[in-house]
Design a protein around this ligand. Sequence first.
Ligand code: CMC
Length: 431
Amino acid sequence: MANFATLKLDDKEVTLPVITGSEGEKGIDIGKLRAETGHITFDDGFGNTGSCTSNITYIDGEVGILRYRGYPIEQLAEKSNSVETSYLVTHGELPTSEQRSRFSHLLTQHAPLREGMLRFIQSFPRDAHPMAVLSASINALGAYYPHLASNNHQRDLEHFDEAAAIAISKVRTIAAHSYRVNNGLPFNYPRPNLGYCENFLHLMFSEPYNEYVPTPEVASALNLFLLLHADHEQNCSTSTVRMVASAGANLFASVSAGVNALWGPLHGGANMAVLEMLKNIHDDGDDGTRFIAAAKSGKGDRLMGFGHRVYRNYDPRAKIIKTSFYKALASLNIKDDPLLNIAMKLEEVALSDEYFISRKLYPNVDFYSGLIMRALGIPLNMFTVMFAIGRMPGWVAQWHEVAQNPKLKIYRPRQIYTGATQRNYVPINMR
Ligand code: CMC
């Protein structure tokens, strides 16, 4: 196996090292290319660029593999839960029972918000988008915990356990409070006796006269949703977190930037788009057949929740979430949901259609996660917020990886300038 690649530019030859990952992935290290040749590499949108080495998540999209810290997602989904998996993702190893209790205790301790934060969230207008409230509030945490937000990585890392627990616990409380603001409802206080998911559902839906108690199947569907979203290597929001962290920024500043990136419809908005598509199909009196025909012709919209930039096979998360979804539906007594029927029809038709087969378009995690959110009573504008709660452990872990890198350099991509060449200033009366 070659350890070097040779690049020929005019009559000059440069030798570039090839680096190999632990799963055999290969990359050409072009770090010295500019110094030696005056050239940079060009990769619009970073589709073929390895921006870092990382120990957190491994994906093989050709075969449909996803592993956190080496553990297959299928094993974690079956045997672990979202809190334990958060610890694994952020700390690198599965916790001992002592470490797990301490981590759970920290999450419980940090669930409530300070009074000032509550007033801050209350001050948003009723129609504020919950993603705006979430990113602003997570950034504001830095103001409440200055010892965790010194913008000196060495000092911030001394309190990493506390900062990680605050980010992972409070993202859920802030998210639920943003829903209460949207609905003009008073905030619920977190309950120390409830688990992570049960507490979130209580914060969202309990009323003074009616405490919300989810069925175990509903809590476990939410738990699975969060676990499956915990990390997904160098996607747009994660790369954003690492970019901000590379400047030396603290955890809260970095992960709130990740929330903003996720807000973009091309990233975190796909689960919402699936549900909107299903509603439109239903309102048009279609069973999905006309929609599929239009999608194939290129004249209609794409089949949302199908296809993936990295997975060219079934998204492993979609397979897992589908099973839990049916259990949650049964426990909620949802038997005949017209949108669900349309989704099933779309999936059945697409999986046996030459157009989708030849292009390797399979259901992705968003095809089912929107339906799960809907079954849990989560409103459409909160879907991306749910994704952010799930992704927080991944962002925290990626920040940590950047912060503790002794050879850290600020991320600073180059560009190929295509604007005007030098020209002389023209006075206003001559323009
Ligand atoms: N429905 C119909 N046709 C599709 C679809 C789709 N969902 N996705 C791709 N195609 C077709 C596309 O028209 C093209 O056809 P042709 O070769 O005839 O021109 C071919 O498949 C390749 O498309 P592409 O745009 O080059 O594929 P991509 O890998 O760049 O796009 C994607 C990946 C996810 C953006 C795309 O599949 C898509 O738009 N899917 C729907 C949106 C969606 O579900 N997004 C969620 C992604 S998962 C999020 C996460 O992991 O965080």
